[in-house]
Design a protein around this ligand. Structure first.
Ligand code: BT5
Length: 240
């Protein structure tokens, strides 16, 4: 492990190469490390997405996990809080208008630039994993991009890390104190509402309909067969 940097109330632990920052952060959380302990790796050999999917994490990207101990009402909106904060940071630093695809894919012009993974949404702590394609090439064969490709130059990873963590802290406080405003801002960034979608639920069921809203608990509301259905967790695909 590289030395830690105490930065205000943030503690950033830097690693060169780990299987996944999620596991490192979890181990530290189990040992009682405080909130806003942040694990950053230059490279992950076993980076993962949701439902055990693989997350390509070569050098040049920003791969991090944050330890948090959120109050109960924040748990369901934690991942959208992290995603919205990334939109804030991208807008502030590079004037990029990133959009969100429910629940928390971060897209630029329809191409995925970042993903969020939250683990341990109940219990003593949560780990929020954030992966951003920055100076690395995005994986081939999927609709993905990198900030370097969008901005047209190599970017300063540290600057992005600091700006992102500040934005995340700010949005996290908002999620605690004013979740209604957070949700309102989230919906403004969401490009899923109004679209015809096919939702694959964690149960394996499929729902086709029109995405009409997001609830206080972050669930997607789909209008289908004359009724409204709330999807708490699942995948969404846009239909034409
Ligand atoms: C996500 O999963 O989007 C959450 C990704 C979270 C990654 C961070 S990095 C730091 C921390 N440590 C970890 O091990 N993970 C977290 P999901 O929505 O399931 O998307 C996964 C899918 O995205 C894959 O099946 C690929 O299709 C695609 N994908 C893989 N690597 C990608 C990349 N680098 N950029 C864009 N898309 C990618």
């Amino acid at each position: 492990m590289a030395p830690s940097i105490e930065d205000g109330s943030l503690r950033i632990l830097r690693y060169e190469k780990v299987p996944s920052t999620m596991d490192v952060a979890e181990e530290l959380a189990e040992k009682g490390e405080p909130e806003w302990t942040v694990v950053v790796a230059e490279e992950q050999t076993m980076g993962r997405g949701r439902h055990g999917r693989r997350w390509e994490s070569p050098r040049g990207g920003l791969w991090l996990s944050v330890i948090l101990r959120p109050p109960l009402h924040v748990l369901p909106i934690l991942s959208i809080t992290a995603a919205l904060a990334l939109c804030d940071a991208l807008s502030l630093l590079y004037d990029i208008d990133a959009r969100l695809k429910w629940p928390n894919d971060v897209l630029i012009s329809g191409y995925k630039v970042a993903g969020i993974l939250v683990k341990g949404v109940s219990g003593a702590y949560s780990i929020v994993g954030v992966g951003v394609n920055v100076n690395n090439d995005p994986p081939r064969g999927i609709k993905a991009t990198s900030l370097k490709a969008v901005v047209g130059r190599e970017l300063d990873l540290d600057e992005l890390l600091k700006t992102y963590l500040e934005a995340f802290k700010h949005r996290y406080e908002q999620a605690i104190d004013n979740p209604e405003k957070l949700l309102k801002d989230y919906k403004e960034k969401l490009d899923t509402i109004g679209k015809r979608v096919r939702a694959l639920l964690v149960t394996g069921d499929v729902i086709k309909g029109i995405a009409v809203d997001v609830t206080e608990a972050g669930a997607l509301v789909i209008y289908t067969d004359g009724k409204l259905v709330e999807v708490i967790a699942g995948e969404v695909e846009y239909l034409r």
